[in-house]
Design a protein around this ligand. Sequence first.
Ligand code: ATP
Ligand code: MG
Length: 326
Amino acid sequence: MEKIILKDVIKYYGDRKILDIKELKIYSGEKIGVVGINGSGKSTFLNIIFGKTDIDIGKVIVNGNMSYIEQLKSNDTYLSGGEVVKKQIEENLNNKYDIVLADEPSSNLDIEEKEKLKNKLKEYKGTLILISHDRNLLDEVVDSILEVENGSVTKYKGNYSKYKKEKEQKEKRKEFEYIKYLEEKNRLEVSINKVKNEAKTMKKTPKRMGNSEARLHKRGVENKREKVEKSSKSLETRLGKLEEKEKPNEKYNIFMKMPEILKLKAKFVVSSDNLNIKIGNKELLNNVKFNIKTNSKTALIGKNGSRKNHINNKYIRRKFKYKYKP
Ligand SMILES: Nc1ncnc2c1ncn2[C@@H]1O[C@H](COP(=O)(O)OP(=O)(O)OP(=O)(O)O)[C@@H](O)[C@H]1O
Ligand SMILES: [Mg+2]
């Protein structure tokens, strides 16, 4: 049974066409992974299905009751980022709903919670549309991939790894065809130029020639010119008929200019030997001790809600000025 149908849907933000979907049907029990680069329109796609965002043209039909685990849902509680997602998952991912939309539900989750989410998604019996950048999650949960790219949406059967392989082959083929096209175009253009130059340099009949000799020469030149013009025309026709190939998307290398690393003399860049933090009656950190060596790279890990953010506290001794963006 068709659970979701999109027909001739167009969505603009300003003058940028975000989505242009001719027809898309999603059937009962399908588990679909949505992929695409940042800003390609994945969340917009789910917002449209959920009815949270209006479309400019087209029709969206949904048969069934639907829930939505949103990306970066605003948090005006004391809950941690991971706890907000956990709460959303508990409320929305259950068999009360026969369609579940989920936008990056694994972001912010700790390792254990990620595993739980994966199992819940696998066990879920309804129709699932899942946006994720987590290949492992997609590979284990979904049975097809929807790719959002340059406003269009393309469906690939199979999990993420299969999609990736198919996509790479498609791109290689596109690149090969484009190079072949450029080579042929260049070859024809060079030949046309050559023939045209040949026509230009054809000798005029020298003045000192006798009449009959001049006539013969002239006829010879004309025959030749005719031939040259014919071959130039046929080359131009071939060039005109040459099927134009689309230029493949360019792959950019990203260069980042890193600021000079501060030359700190201190052995430890941050340290604390007895850090205690309370919010109201709640003890967040108790007698925390740590040293972070200058120019080291440290990962801060911990379960959701384990107070990782509070390690950034004004009572910690620091040897430098810094910016912190929570
Ligand atoms: N309400 C809005 N008004 C104007 N532009 C918007 C609005 N919402 C999204 N956009 C723009 O539309 C584009 C698609 O946004 P969208 O959030 O759908 O991307 P996404 O594929 O979900 O990206 P990400 O992977 O970063 O979550 C972006 O360029 C975004 O800036
Ligand atoms: Mg998004």
